[in-house]
Every structure is written in C-alpha cells, then in structure tokens.
Design a protein around this ligand. Structure first.
Ligand SMILES: Cc1ncc(C[n+]2csc(CCOP(=O)(O)OP(=O)(O)O)c2C)c(N)n1
Ligand SMILES: [Mg+2]
Length: 343
C-alpha cells in the first residue's frame, strides 16, 4: 500500500508514470541497484546463517534497503553515518568487508571496526542514544570549518526518546550539518505508530525544532536519494539540519527473536512484500531499459559471492579472549570480578 502525499519518483508501471532524478546517469542508477542487491543479499543470507546457528540474534532489514542505499548514495565518503541496529550492514556501502559485520553479529571482536576508517559510527542498539552523538560530530565539523556532514538513522519509536529530542534540538540551535533520517516502518517491536505518537506525521515534529521536515516514500530509493541530497546541500550551505521521514512498513519480524504474528496485520505484510523496494526499483530500471537479465544475474551472483567469502572469513577468526569483555568496561575493575575470574 502506498500512502498519499509522499514524495515519489518511481511509478507503478501502469497509471503512475516514472520520474527521473536530475544528475543521475545510467551508471549511477545501476550502482544503486548493485547496492540494493548487496544489502538484500546480506539480509537474506544473514537470516539463513542465524537459522544455521552461525550468527546470533539478528535485526532483519528486509524492505528497508531503499532507505539505506538511497540516503547513503547522497553522501560523500567524508560524511559520517550513524547507524542503528536496523542499518547494521550500512558499512558495506563504504567498502567494509561483510566478514566484519557478520563478526559483529557473532559477538566477535573482529566486528569492532574503527569508525574513523569508514566514517561509519558503531552500530547503536540503545534507541536514539546516537542522535546526540551525530549532532555533536556534525557541529564539530562545522566548528572546524570542514565541509562534511553527518546522517543519523533511527526508527519511528526513537522519536519518543529523550535523546532524539536532545540531539534534534541541539543540532537545530547550533545549525549543525546533520540529517536526521527516520525509518518510519510503523512499528517499534510490537508498538504500532498510533500508540507511539499523536502527531499526524513524524515529520511534523521538525517544526518544533525549527528545521524542515520532509516525508518520502521509503520504498522508493530515488525519492529517498533526492530528498537526502537536498538535505545534504542545506547542511553544507550552513543552513542546518533536516528531518527526513521515510515511510515504509515493516514486512519482516523485528528481529530473529520476534514472532510478529501475535500483533501485526498479516494482510498488510503480504501487500508490502508484493511491493518491496528492491523489486520496485528493478522493475523501474527494466522499464527504462537500463537493466537486462545478464546484468541482473551478474550483480546478484557478485553479492552472493561477497556473502560466501564473508561468512567463511568470519568463521575463520580465532576464538576471542573472553577477558576482552571486561577489558574496556572498567577503569578500575571491581576486586570481586578479578577474584571470580582467577578462580
Ligand atoms: C533505550 C532503549 N529502550 C528500549 C530498547 C528495546 N528496544 C529494542 S528495539 C525497540 C524498538 C525500536 O523501534 P523503532 O525506533 O521504531 O526502530 P525499528 O526497530 O522499528 O527500526 C526497542 C524498544 C532499547 N534497545 N533501547
Ligand atoms: Mg520502527
């Protein structure tokens, strides 16, 4: 189901015509497809690896790929990305090996990357606590006179958190070059959007912070790209932050530990699956004549090979030292911890 009043570029192949985004050549369009397929393949393989006991609990992002690839495509490599667990594989789009992210989900230290190597912050599991971090980093870039900006991903549920408010307000007051990117998948685990907020739209919250709020179809990778590109331009021009609400619908369980049949509208899920974002974009490219069977096959195989190599490399990592769990947890470890350890 496609909600009304959302910004959209991709048509439906019937009554709604396809649009084009200025400045995107066919090679850019194909690159976007490659990124979508890489993310989709990462996600689908991860679910299998979880079922096989090869990674731990995993936050599925099936049908969130357009929001992730579209937003990141509008950034330069110097710009920082602050992911939540829902965007765990976003580093792939910055050249991070799949094995690193798979190691993260295996609870292995090989999954701890240095954020400065990719300008990708650590995956944030506490809801919304990374919004002030992103605001601070963006403000720092401005203070140093650098052109880079930051983009922070969070969910609809995060907009009810104090840290979202603090980060958004701070970024606006400081005119920080920040893009607040809300993946509104309409669920916070089993809490539906209507129990989350009485606001008509999450983007309306932006008014209270004195920043623009825009709503896009989160399943339309080109609409997401275009809206993010405009927000990045504003940020670089010194005009401050933008709030982007990308509207979608969670068509998969919250995570591998969740069974949404207890609460979700299953008909709506089926409808969303039929209109999922990777297939929508693929159909668009085929209508444009930019993608053919052979290229589609090659892109898919390349992604599958990346995943095969990734899981092999992650599983080849030596067993970690269990003491590492405590190494960076305490400046002064409690004496009883040490006693328990030695015993
Ligand atoms: C501060 C905090 N409170 C509660 C949780 C438990 N929790 C994990 S995911 C989640 C739902 C978040 O929903 P949303 O922000 O919409 O993001 P989505 O998972 O839909 O991408 C909650 C409440 C948490 N991780 N952190
Ligand atoms: Mg949500």
């Amino acid at each position: 189901m496609v909600e009304d009043g959302l910004r959209r570029v991709i048509g439906d192949g019937a009554s709604v015509p396809d649009g084009r985004v200025d400045g995107l050549a066919d090679t850019d369009l194909l690159e976007l497809h490659r990124q979508l397929v890489l993310l989709r393949t990462y996600d689908e393989r991860s679910l299998v690896y979880h079922r096989q006991g090869r990674i731990g609990t995993y936050a599925i992002f099936w049908n969130h790929e357009a929001m992730q690839a579209g937003a990141v495509h509008a950034l330069e490599d110097e710009d920082w990305i602050f992911p939540s667990y829902r965007e765990s594989a976003i580093g792939l789009l910055r050249g991070m090996p799949a094995s690193t992210i798979l190691s993260w989900w295996r609870g292995h230290p090989a999954g701890w990357w240095n954020p400065a190597d990719y300008n990708v912050a650590s995956i944030c599991v506490p809801i919304g606590t990374h919004v002030p971090h992103a605001a601070g980093l963006a403000w720092g870039k401005k203070l140093r006179g650098e052109s880079a900006c930051a983009l922070v991903f969070f969910g609809d549920g995060a907009t009810s958190e104090g840290s979202f408010h603090e980060g958004a307000n701070f970024a606006a007051v400081m005119d920080a070059p920040l893009i607040l990117f809300c993946n509104n998948n309409q669920w916070a685990i089993s809490t539906p959007l209507e129990a989350q907020t009485h606001a008509e739209a999450l983007a309306d919250k932006a008014v209270g912070y004195g920043m623009p709020g825009v709503r896009v179809d989160g399943g339309d990778v080109l609409a997401v790209y275009e809206a993010t590109r405009e927000a990045v331009e504003r940020a670089r021009a010194g005009s401050g932050p933008t709030f982007i609400e990308a509207v979608s619908y969670r068509a998969a369980p919250h995570a591998t530990a969740d069974d949404p049949r207890a609460y979700i509208d299953l008909d709506r899920v089926e409808e969303e699956k039929r209109n999922e974002c990777v297939g929508r974009y693929e159909a668009y490219l085929r209508r444009l004549g930019v993608l053919d069977d052979a290229t589609a096959e090659e892109i898919k195989n390349e992604a599958l090979e990346t995943m095969r190599q990734g899981i092999t490399a992650a599983e080849a990592e030596p067993e970690p030292d269990p003491e590492l769990v405590f190494d960076n947890a305490y400046v002064l470890p409690p004496p009883n911890l040490r006693e328990g350890w030695d015993a």
